[in-house]
Design a protein around this ligand. Sequence first.
Ligand SMILES: N[C@@H](CCC(=O)N[C@@H](CS)C(=O)NCC(=O)O)C(=O)O
Length: 254
Amino acid sequence: MAAHVDLFQFRFSPFNEKARWMLDIKRVPHKRTSVLPGPHVPKIKKLTGQTATPVLRIDGQVIAGSARILDELERRYPDPMLMPADEAGRRRVLEIQKRFDEDWTPRMRRAVLTTLMDEPDYWARTFGADHSRLKQRLYALVLPLARGLVRKGNGITGPESVADGFTAAKEALDFVEQETKATGYLVGDRFTLADLVAASSLAFCCDPPHPDMERPIPHCRGVAAWILAWHDHVGVRWVKTMYENHRPQPMAQT
Ligand SMILES: N[C@@H](CCC(=O)N[C@@H](CS)C(=O)NCC(=O)O)C(=O)O
């Protein structure tokens, strides 16, 4: 019998995109619950004892942390296989995932969140995309009160966080440009979990045309400037190619 699978997510978030992409590429029917940053705390804490998304519930087993979720989904659903068959390849994939998860993605996110915080209406339409316009409006009204919490929760210390986010994006895009030159992929000559992780993280440098990562249009000023900054980077072209060739439509059921 098919497993009962629930994903508790933030819309458009790169860590959540890893879990969505994995579920979709493995063709796992699932239900998504989009929680709003801030109000999400009690629900996610009750489920997991911590507050970060994504959270996967699969046949009653609750898993927090995108890397653990990907690991479990790869184990349960081996087709298509996203880990290399050889030990060295597997080690390299995990190394790349760790670099994105612990370094580049949080640094880029600080920059993006800083600009989004100046645009409460756009913030609410983005994270609240699955909610009513009325709920989005109310959320936008209370958001300015939560700025301090968002800064603290994401390690945003000041304008230097924005500059550092740009540096991180440049490092990560240069990395994929360099490492995919030979085969088009980060590890070996086929699509692996490393490509899924890198493209999920870098999607917010280009908003690839996919319902899970293309933010509401028109973009707010900060998002438009961020995307423009990376427009001509070869790494961005690579991200779009990964989305075109390897990112299926959502398997989510309502
Ligand atoms: N290391 C975690 C990081 C997850 C994370 O930072 N999630 C963010 C959204 S992108 C979040 O839910 N933040 C709110 C919170 O931590 O309360 C993972 O890989 O899942």
